[in-house]
Design a protein around this ligand. Structure first.
Ligand code: GLU
Length: 415
């Protein structure tokens, strides 16, 4: 997917925090690799009648704190190492958000844009059948991620339930509300991002009503970040982009019109509500908050110097390489690290799973209120740790998470 190997990034980040913590060697060693890795190849009938073999992965990184949890990506460039990295980050994410899970992640190598709906359904069902013995509500619980959505989750939940002969909504989260999904799951990741930006602005004394925001990535996370940052924080979104390019308007963009343009044309590039800019130009805009909301390695040693934002709120997983991290920190940019910033998604996934187990469902306002509490607490834990130890926020977040996971491993007698 990129030149920098995300799993090496994840390991370097862990090593850095382990050093500051003076982490026990046995714990460190155990945390550098996933506990379990599954590679599956499964056959799917295409619409033209031919059969095609697809490759899928599922990585269960660490389950000391509870069943492994994490999304599924459908991406043509998916590799085992990207999935391993994402599974590691889920381990730290569930720990920092204080939800009783370990970390996992999965992916299928495919391009959903080239599949019909019927083919997408057969790929979704085929993948779940292939991993059905390794997942379950008490084992490993998938969820949506890049290019997967609530409909895909519904097919997967149905396939798992049928194969086991049980009605098992808790095997997967991010489902449509009609089949056991939670209110508020759709925009939960973005909502969590917004809560952390609000908390960071309080700490840094940034008046949000006067703040400009640039967002790289206009998928689920990026679009909802754009709407909510205006709705909840009164900020102005001056630029958005996707893999096709971006658009900039110093007076603020019409978010809904940009979304409609992308739906019709496949990209926000060419949207006439502002002037055209490249992704690189967007990353270098003079704004209060920059939100990378696409995929990993957006900020590298080649472009980190150009970042002119006060705050980088990492809605994406792994958007900053370790070299870029050093540059941003040297330049005094306040980073809200990915597994803290975007933990809202898995937090509401946890709420969904709790509701599934109790067969008792909550209102949207109840979900939002509980999410706000969890995100605010997670932010405060990381921010204060960074201040106390004199380390950057990412290292502080790692320290908070590693301690929780390590303690659970010790109590279980693993290390
Ligand atoms: N895929 C999302 C993430 O990276 C959500 C995971 C989940 O809900 O389990 O955090």
């Amino acid at each position: 997917m990129s030149e920098v190997n995300p799993f090496e990034t994840a390991q370097q980040q862990l090593d850095k925090a382990a050093k500051v913590l003076d982490l026990d060697k046995s714990v460190h060693q155990a945390l550098r690799e996933p506990m379990r890795t599954f590679i599956v190849n499964f056959q799917v009938k295409l619409d033209d009648g031919s059969m095609k073999t697809f490759k899928g992965y599922r990585v269960q990184y660490n389950d000391a704190l509870g069943p492994t949890k994490g999304g599924l990506r459908f991406h043509p460039d998916e590799t085992l190492d990207t999935v391993k990295a994402l599974a590691a980050w889920m381990t730290w994410k569930t720990a920092v958000a204080d939800v009783p899970y370990g970390g996992g992640k999965g992916g299928v190598v495919c391009n959903p844009k080239e599949l019909s709906q019927a083919e997408l359904e057969r790929v979704s069902r085929g993948y779940i059948r292939a991993i059905s013995n390794f997942i379950g509500p008490d084992k490993d619980i998938p969820a949506p991620d890049v290019y997967t959505n609530p409909q895909v989750m519904a097919w997967m939940m149905d396939e798992f339930s049928k194969s086991k002969g049980v009605n098992s909504p808790g095997v997967i989260t991010g489902k449509p509300v009609e089949v056991g999904g939670s209110e508020g799951r759709g925009d939960a990741t973005a909502r969590g991002v917004i809560y952390t930006i609000r908390e960071a602005a309080k700490e840094l004394g940034i008046p949000l009503a006067e703040a400009n925001i640039a967002i790289q990535g206009y998928g689920n996370a990026g679009y909802y970040c754009a709407t909510l940052v205006q709705e909840l924080l009164d900020c102005t979104v001056v630029a958005v982009s996707d893999s096709g390019g971006g658009v900039y308007n110093e007076n603020g963009l019409d978010i809904e019109a940009a979304k409609e343009f992308k739906r019709a044309n496949g990209s926000v590039s060419g949207f006439d509500g502002g002037e055209a800019i490249t992704n690189q130009e967007l990353l270098g805009l003079d704004v209060e908050v920059l939100i990378p909301a696409a995929i990993e390695n957006a900020l590298t040693k080649d472009n980190a110097h150009s970042v002119d934002a006060d705050v980088v709120a990492e809605a994406a997983n792994g958007p900053t390489t370790p070299e870029a991290d050093d540059i941003l920190c040297e330049n005094g940019v306040y980073i809200i690290p990915d597994f803290l910033c975007n933990a809202g998604g898995v937090t509401v996934s946890y709420f969904e799973w709790v509701q599934n187990r109790n067969r008792y469902y909550w209102s949207k306002s109840e979900v939002y209120e509980r999410l706000d509490k969890k995100m605010t607490k997670a932010f405060a834990d990381v921010h204060s740790r960074a201040q106390e130890e004199g380390v950057d926020n990412r290292t502080a977040a790692y320290m908070v998470s590693i301690e929780k996971v390590a303690q659970a491993m010790k109590l279980r007698g693993w290390v």
